[in-house]
Design a binder for this molecule. Structure first.
Ligand SMILES: Cc1cc2nc3c(=O)[nH]c(=O)nc-3n(C[C@H](O)[C@H](O)[C@H](O)COP(=O)(O)OP(=O)(O)OC[C@H]3O[C@@H](n4cnc5c(N)ncnc54)[C@H](O)[C@@H]3O)c2cc1C
Ligand code: FES
Ligand code: FES
Length: 508
């Protein structure tokens, strides 16, 4: 590996930009506003929740194509931008005309106080560059991470649909920024941007030191694993959507930060007949799409997992390694019998995901041991006999708000019924214990029994032996228990063809 002394290099609104001497804990938002005095990007919550700080990043995917995504600048550590392109709201300005996204916001009266507007504009810009004709539902999903307190969302949604009609046909050849997704594939601007990003590529790993803090972005799994083994108290940084808050809210620091984002091998998704293996740094967005291909029953909850910017930055490995009792991927993964591949130095082991979690903030991972991949069995492997037609899956999330909210309760149920009898049953919950946890007593009460409402009601009572949930600001213990039991009943009604889910369950 290179000696220290690297600078951070990225494209900022199209121009090469180099940073030295800035503490690696600095967020992109702090850098823009406090170091460059670029104040177009706003700070609202500083925790990824409001979208006021949304900017767009461009990077090369593993096929060498440019991918464009929105991110929350407030929780994105500056060194993670090395080798990427950053576009802020200032990049949309032109001396001749507003950008089509901006013009549409004006035409539709989509801004009053304007504080949220730069964030909305950049979220819509990301949509403009990614999708040619998004439905209203898709637009809602794309701006679910942006809050507006005074305009209201209808004019902003209107603007999202109008923006495509404000591009001039001849703009698209000359100006990549104004070229919508419709012509992305062939657009010269994509190749120009890809070439500029390629020129930032390093042959050696980034090893950046400032203010006594070292930020290392190894390129190979071996290098990463050796670094983690020899620096067990260093932060392993994935997408930073949890760690970013340790910095901005808990004011924590660490003398060594080891970033997973430059290790191409950890971004791989490998599929065989029995399982799909998702590398730890696969983004939540990409991981969810891969999982949805096999388990479409999960898709509706994934759209309620945080927001588009969080899902493109955050990783599946980060969710699993963080192991929050209210994390959303673990209940589904545990109910579907997923395994987690762990590594320490050169030693590897694969364990059932549920056995990673011992107690609140306590895991069976040794110091220096890290998450390499998540292995999700396919339907056939899960169904045992090979008849996956009998496999039935339920996945439910309760939160106070439909969009961008943390779960009070998250339920995942997988059963197989043969004839009338339950032959396979795995149930896991988030929000019901200090860890994501299986309902072992409930499962046992159902296996081998007839699939009937009567037996479901017995199992609902048994659930009280599996969990002693806590009361907190999200929900009371009584509410949690009742809603968890009711999910079982709902799942039974749905198995009888009844549409119980007209309204996605929320905490009222
Ligand atoms: C606004 C907002 C909304 C959110 N909404 C949700 C939600 O709806 N549901 C939900 O479940 N979560 C939610 N989260 C939490 C967060 O987005 C997820 O937990 C995410 O998956 C974390 O991944 P990351 O890559 O960003 O992790 P990071 O922040 O980089 O790391 C998280 C933890 O995992 C460790 N880690 C990361 N990668 C590895 C690895 N390969 N091996 C070992 N340790 C590793 C880190 O050291 C750290 O302890 C939300 C967060 C925010 C800010
Ligand atoms: S400031 Fe609220 S999401 Fe960044
Ligand atoms: S315009 Fe005021 S918060 Fe959105």
């Amino acid at each position: 590996m290179d000696a220290t002394g690297c600078t951070i290099r990225f494209l900022l609104n199209g121009a090469p930009h180099e940073v030295a001497g800035v503490d690696p804990h600095t967020t992109l938002l702090q850098y823009l506003r406090e170091h460059l005095q670029w104040v177009g990007t706003k700070e609202g919550c500083a925790e990824g929740d409001c979208g006021a700080c949304t900017v767009v990043i461009g990077e090369l995917d593993d096929n060498g194509e440019v991918s464009i995504n929105p991110i929350n600048a407030c929780i994105r550590l500056l060194p993670t931008l090395d080798g990427k392109a950053v576009f802020t709201v200032e990049s949309l300005a032109s001396k001749d005309a507003l950008h089509p996204v901006q013009q549409a916001i004006v035409n539709c009266h989509g801004s009053q106080c304007g504080f949220c507007t730069p964030g909305f504009v950049m979220a819509l810009f990301a949509l403009f560059k990614n999708e040619a004709a998004p439905s209203r539902e898709r637009v809602c999903e794309a701006i679910a991470g942006n809050l507006c307190r005074c305009t209201g969302y209808r004019p902003i949604l209107d603007a999202a649909q109008m923006m495509y009609s404000l591009t001039e046909a001849n703009d698209t050849a000359a100006d990549w920024m104004r070229a919508p997704a419709t012509c992305n594939a062939k657009h010269d601007g994509n190749e120009i941007l890809a070439t500029a990003i390629r020129q930032l590529r390093r042959n050696v790993s980034l090893d950046y030191v400032a203010n006594g803090v070292r930020f290392i972005a190894p390129k190979s799994v071996d290098e990463f694993s050796a670094l983690v083994a020899t620096n067990p108290s260093a932060w392993i940084l994935g997408g930073g959507t949890d760690i970013g808050l340790w910095v901005t809210k808990a004011l924590q620091t660490n003398a060594t930060i080891i970033y997973t984002g430059e290790i191409a091998a950890l971004r791989a998704i490998v599929e065989n007949d029995d399982a799909i293996t998702i590398g730890a740094t696969v983004s939540l967005d990409v991981a969810f799409r891969a999982m949805n291909r096999i388990y479409p029953e999960l898709a509706h909850v994934w759209t309620r997992f945080a927001s588009w910017p969080i899902r493109t930055s955050g990783t599946l490995g980060g969710n699993v390694a963080n192991g929050s009792p209210i994390g959303d991927s673990m209940p589904a993964l545990i109910a579907l019998d997923a395994k987690v591949a762990l590594r320490k130095g050169n030693e590897k082991r694969v364990i059932p995901l549920e056995s990673l979690y011992i107690d609140y903030k306590k895991q069976s991972r040794a110091a220096g041991e890290w998450v390499e991949a998540i292995v999700l069995p396919k339907r056939k492997a899960l169904a045992g006999s090979g008849n996956d037609g009998n496999l039935r899956i339920g996945f439910y999330k309760n939160s106070k708000r439909n969009e961008q909210d943390i779960s009070a309760v998250c339920a995942a149920i997988a059963i197989r019924v043969e004839g009338d009898v339950v032959v396979h049953c795995r149930i896991a919950f988030g929000g019901m214990a200090g860890i994501p946890k299986r309902a072992l007593h409930t499962e046992a009460s159902l296996i081998g029994k007839a699939w009937s409402e009567e037996n479901i009601r017995v199992a609902m009572n048994v659930m009280a032996r599996d969990y002693a949930p806590m009361s907190d600001m999200r929900a009371s213990a009584e509410y949690r228990m009742q809603v968890a039991q009711n999910h079982l009943l709902r799942f039974w009604f749905e198995s009888q063809g009844e549409a119980v889910g007209l309204m996605e369950a929320r905490v009222f």
